[in-house]
Design a protein around this ligand. Sequence first.
Ligand SMILES: [Mg+2]
Length: 231
Amino acid sequence: MYSHILIDLDDTLWDFKKNSKIAMQEIFNDYELIKYYDSFESFYDIYMAKNHQLWEQYSKGEITKDFLSLERFLYPLRIAGCENIELAKTLGTDFLYRTTQQTNLVEGAIELLEYLKEKKYNLSIISNGFIEVQYTKLRRSGLLPYFSNIFLSEEVGYQKPDIRFFQAVLAKLSTKSTECIIIGDNIQTDIQGANNANIDAIFYNREGCGLLNVSLDACIVDKLLQINTIL
Ligand SMILES: [Mg+2]
């Protein structure tokens, strides 16, 4: 029987994919990045691939937040022949601000939280996202009131999937692993982290990715509301 549910934020509840694309389209238009790229899509594909790779490195502790924040914009500028560090910094800061203004949620997010609240679970956010944006995102999108605790890796001092992140969360909640379950959309950070810390997990397979060669110990759902049948 679980008493605590630990839920990832980006792309599990808050629609990071949609919100960041809207913010990036604004950035692309306002800073006239069409000067460097044929189309928004050609810029965005390069940005996304690089961003994904940098986040993997950041989650492993291989690079700093500052490097990630700069390089994800400097890289697409560099390969377009414009290695402008000041512009990359400005784009990075403005992009972060503009993402926080977006409030699209993943389908079923509020319905799921209402259901879990009704069931009297204690809900916490567990996220590797940056401090300066995560609280604003939670507040503006109406998610914040559902949560009694927010655990951000920058504040905890370790990142998912590091077992020390989860140990710190359990200690703060004065609970043990068997009383918790984790819900997340990322196999490497959320599900691997849960497995490392011996916490049960629900993998939200939002992208419907094939899992044939993946070994993970988790329930799998492809819609958030299917969680109602598990908890
Ligand atoms: Mg996520």
